[in-house]
Design a protein around this ligand. Structure first.
Ligand SMILES: [Zn+2]
Length: 273
């Protein structure tokens, strides 16, 4: 039983500000260590419940946050960017289930620490088949294409609620209660990590007993819409072959989620250029 731990940083215990998750800030060194510890807690729980193989994908920013020298040696680490499947790199390689660690709510969610969808500067909103999606839904739908369910999430209460609304009976571990976008009541890391460990244990045990959530499947045709923050960004993203433009919105249709994911990432890369 192989588990993919997809790790982001905004939903890590104690994180409440961009300074905590930005490489150029002195505070970053503390929080990348806490991110590594949250991931290690999930590895302990998953292995305790019978996982035989663990792969971790570092999904925040450039994918070089987790401290490999402090990572539980039972895991292998996907690090760096770009990788073919980005935040869920490795999900197409014999994985039984995904665990989200340090995830955050989608753009526009109230009471959610550092809520955004992929890029705070570029994305004003994102929809799949007319429904709002954030990184939780997007990565779950890519995983679902490969028949892989997301079985657990850790983050603030809003990230956990977003996941629970999308994925029935997902195991949720709330490590902080957001009071605004940049303020939260946080559990001390040791306590949060104990909760993550037992959440991962429960989630993998349920998987083993055939009681895991179902993979999130989106039936084709799949239509995505990205609302950009500025018109100039839509001008650039409209260069994506096959994209249609409507004011600041770029629309794109495909038959499967990996194509949508690639088009989404390409549109965002163009918009930055
Ligand atoms: Zn992130």
């Amino acid at each position: 039983m192989k588990i993919l731990i997809a790790a982001d940083m905004e939903g890590v215990s104690g994180v409440v500000a961009w300074d905590h998750v930005s490489t150029n800030h002195p505070e970053y060194a503390r929080f990348r260590r806490l991110m590594t510890q949250d991931v290690n807690a999930a590895i302990r729980g998953a292995c305790e419940a019978g996982a035989t193989e663990i792969v971790v994908s570092d999904g925040h920013s450039h994918g070089r946050n987790l401290l490999i020298e402090e990572l539980d040696p039972r895991a292998r680490l996907n690090s760096g960017t770009p990788s073919p499947l980005s935040m869920v790199q490795g999900v197409d390689d014999g994985v039984s289930a995904v665990i989200y660690i340090g995830y955050h709510a989608r753009i526009g969610t109230p009471y959610a620490i550092l809520e955004h969808t992929w890029s705070d500067e570029r994305v004003a909103d994102f929809r799949i088949n007319g429904k709002q999606f954030g990184e939780i839904g997007l990565n779950a739908a890519v995983s679902g294409h490969f028949g892989v369910p997301v079985i657990m999430i850790s983050g603030d209460q809003s990230a956990c609620a977003e996941a629970a609304a999308l994925i029935e009976s997902i195991e949720t571990v709330i490590v902080k209660i957001a009071k605004s976008r940049m303020a939260a009541e946080c559990l001390p890391p040791g306590i949060a990590q104990d909760k993550i460990q037992s959440g991962a244990f429960q989630a993998v045990r349920r998987l083993k007993n055939g009681q895991a959530p179902k993979p999130l499947m989106i039936s084709p045709p799949i239509r995505m819409e990205i609302d950009f923050v500025q018109s100039e960004m839509a001008d650039k993203a409209a260069l994506l072959p096959g994209a249609r433009r409507d004011a600041r919105t770029i629309k794109y249709t495909a038959e499967d989620m990996p194509t949508i994911y690639a088009a989404f990432r390409t549109a965002l890369a163009l918009a930055r250029g």
